[in-house]
Design a protein around this ligand. Structure first.
Ligand SMILES: Nc1ncnc2c1ncn2[C@@H]1O[C@H](COP(=O)(O)OP(=O)(O)OP(=O)(O)O)[C@@H](O)[C@H]1O
Ligand SMILES: [Mg+2]
Length: 249
């Protein structure tokens, strides 16, 4: 029975890999003709820019709609390809605090212009983690984008790191509009979105990345109060450098 189970599991895994490759390949194939269509729509719009004929004006507006929809399709394809690639990793043993700090430096100007106050609470002596830095930045970018979109009139994002039982924890907490029970339960499902222009692949990608690192993610949320995402990653067995080694002269 155990053999049958493992053979069946193997077959399903093979089938899953095949479907994932097909879907990724399809997304790639669609992207090329799509960019040709986009380029031609842009050229047509340029040709019609100076037109004063009302009939041509209507065509120009239709072209604008088509360009917007192409752009939307492109974003969906990009989100899909990011999701498909989320399991491919190049890990290094590194400091999560440093990744968070560098991300915040990059994000701060955008936060400021959106009226968002970011406050980091990063634990000292945090154990190192073995992660793909680009993917962890992608996780932060997705969580911060969601938080920002949940606070259209500004608010606060708290980022916390801590360590417990050989696990490193990262929390991202916002004071945004929160989620009702249904949205919270469905938030990690592929293609679930409450936004008019959302792909619904942001959080599934985040979860896939975290799980590929042997970690977990969960979410607590309350309508009108805010949302908290908690990520746990295994700590690396390599010790973080002491103050002597960390000092940059
Ligand atoms: N911080 C948050 N506050 C409130 N709701 C959230 C938050 N993060 C996620 N959600 C809810 O979860 C849904 C799914 O999020 P996800 O990031 O997967 O997709 P999306 O943001 O809708 O689309 P995309 O990420 O492609 O822009 C969102 O549409 C929103 O309803
Ligand atoms: Mg999102």
């Amino acid at each position: 029975m155990a053999d049958w189970n493992s053979a069946e599991r193997e077959r399903l895994l093979r089938q899953y890999a095949e479907i994932a490759t097909l879907a990724g390949g399809l997304a790639h194939e669609v992207r090329n003709p799509l960019s040709t269509i986009q380029m031609n729509l842009e050229l047509m719009a340029e040709d019609l820019e100076a037109a004063t004929d009302p009939h041509l004006g209507r065509i120009r507006r239709k072209l604008e709609t088509m360009r917007r929809e192409c752009h939307r399709l492109e974003s969906i394809l990009n989100a899909f390809l990011q999701f498909a690639r989320a399991g491919e990793m190049q890990r290094t043993t590194t400091s999560l605090n440093r990744i968070v700090t560098e991300f915040l430096e990059f994000y701060r100007p955008e936060a400021q212009s959106s009226g968002i106050d970011v406050s980091p609470h990063l634990a000292t002596d945090l154990p190192l983690v073995s992660v793909d830095e680009t993917l962890i930045r992608q996780v932060l970018a997705n969580l911060f984008r969601n938080a920002q979109q949940a606070m259209p009139d500004g608010g606060q994002i708290d980022v916390q790191t801590s360590a417990h039982n050989e696990r490193v924890t990262l929390c991202v907490i916002d004071t945004g509009k929160g989620m009702d029970e249904r949205a919270r339960k469905k938030a990690f499902e592929p293609f679930f979105s409450t936004k008019s222009n959302g792909s619904g692949l942001g959080l599934p990608t985040v979860r896939k990345i975290i799980e590929a690192h042997g970690g977990t993610i969960y979410c607590e949320s309350e309508p009108s109060r805010g949302t908290k995402f908690t990520i746990e990653l295994p700590a690396s067995s390599i010790e973080p450098p002491g103050p002597e080694q960390e000092r940059v002269d």
